[in-house]
Ligand binder design. Sequence first.
Ligand SMILES: *Cc1c(COP(=O)(O)O)cnc(C)c1O
Length: 475
Amino acid sequence: MINGKDILSEALDLKSFESIGHKLIELLRDDMKLSQESIDHKTIDWLNPDEQLSLWKEDFLSKEPAEAIDLFKKIMDKSIKLSRKGYIGHQVAPVYPISVLSSALSAYLNNGMAVYEMGMSGNAMEKIIITDLANRFGLPNSATGFVTSGGSLGNLTALLAARAIKLNRYPDLVYNKLAVMVSEEAHYSIERAMIVMGLPLDNIIKIKSDSDFRINIDNLETGILTAEDKGLQIFCVIGCACSTSTGAYDDLKALGDFCKLHDLWFHVDAAHGGPAIYSDRYKNLLIGIEQADSVIMDFHKMMHVPSLSTAVIFRTAAHHALTFYQDAKYLWDDQSSEEWYNSGKQTFECTKPMSIIHIYTALRIYGEMFYEQHINKLYGLATDFAKSIKEKQNFDLLCTPQSNIVCFRFNNGSDNLNDLNKIILRELTLDGRFYLVSTKAGNDFYLRTSIMNPRTELNDLELLLLKINEIADKK
Ligand SMILES: *Cc1c(COP(=O)(O)O)cnc(C)c1O
């Protein structure tokens, strides 16, 4: 007790829990309403990092305890709003309302997942969702896997397994001569994984992409020769489905055939583009994924659940059993088995969020058609947007989108297009209605949009192009 106040009882008080809870739901509902209404509500209310820091310092040092709902509101006001129609930036998803609610449930349950008792329903749900996903991808019945926190960790996990298998089969291989082969468009988490594995970045054999930013299949054989010249042994070939920068899907069938021919581990990084498997219209982009030895796919990107939640799938159970085998006597009785229900045996994580609850509830409540419609809407909108950009003067489209990622730039023929487009991006962020990002193609600076929000419509994107013209006119 401090000053006669029983704070513990206050923190456990159910009346106040209910009252704050109702207010929070109302706050979120009202904000989602704004998001649905019009493009004019700001996505981002830009504040520079130093101002942001002082604001929160002042808040934290305040002598008065915060009212919960005021604090929640303040946090919301100072954060980017992913639900706005103008949010077309990174691949982090605006979640559907049902996931807001399943988040409250998972926070309350806080099941740690590592051992069966600490995640009884969660571990079973993981098993079911992973098996279902492996079936959709056309992997054999032996396929198995788990959920981990993020695609970066997923890629590292898969590469560790690939390396363990290679070293198990060829124990004489020199450890730091092991290499991977991947498109130059691959996500930087592959480089991170190599660093974590203690392998030189020089051991990444990068294959040039074609004009559509897909790995150039004709250069694969040369890649092997390059590796041999450097005295390297490739242990894994990685396909992008799709690439982060431009959303291009590599030809997985050709990559799979190549790996079979050369007896190489085939990993597919489907962090962003794997969910196309739910769409009859787009699933052909993933043809060849059935040949993969390992696949990762983020639920928190194109399946729009809260971050982080990533599927890691292996072609056969034996493949990843080697990766994480270790003693942890206080956690598991039987050190030799590979029980699916003790998920801590299979992931980096010990305590792990019960993130599976979000994808399980979304699928269970709305069914697989939900994701078919969702993918069709977002990929379809990107196609329409790209068409509109192509038809306009003063705009260059970088490439025809294969997914929901569209890259373009303003081009009025001026000498310094890079600086002009940088200024445009900056002005758009300050305006706050639209949030987009950038990418580079060679030395050229491009605006990059990921059409992530099912609330966004083509006319919102037309307004973006008008706004860009307007900004450029003033320069
Ligand atoms: C986003 C992304 C990753 C990394 O996933 P995180 O969940 O952000 O760690 C890996 N690969 C690709 C292709 C991606 O788009």
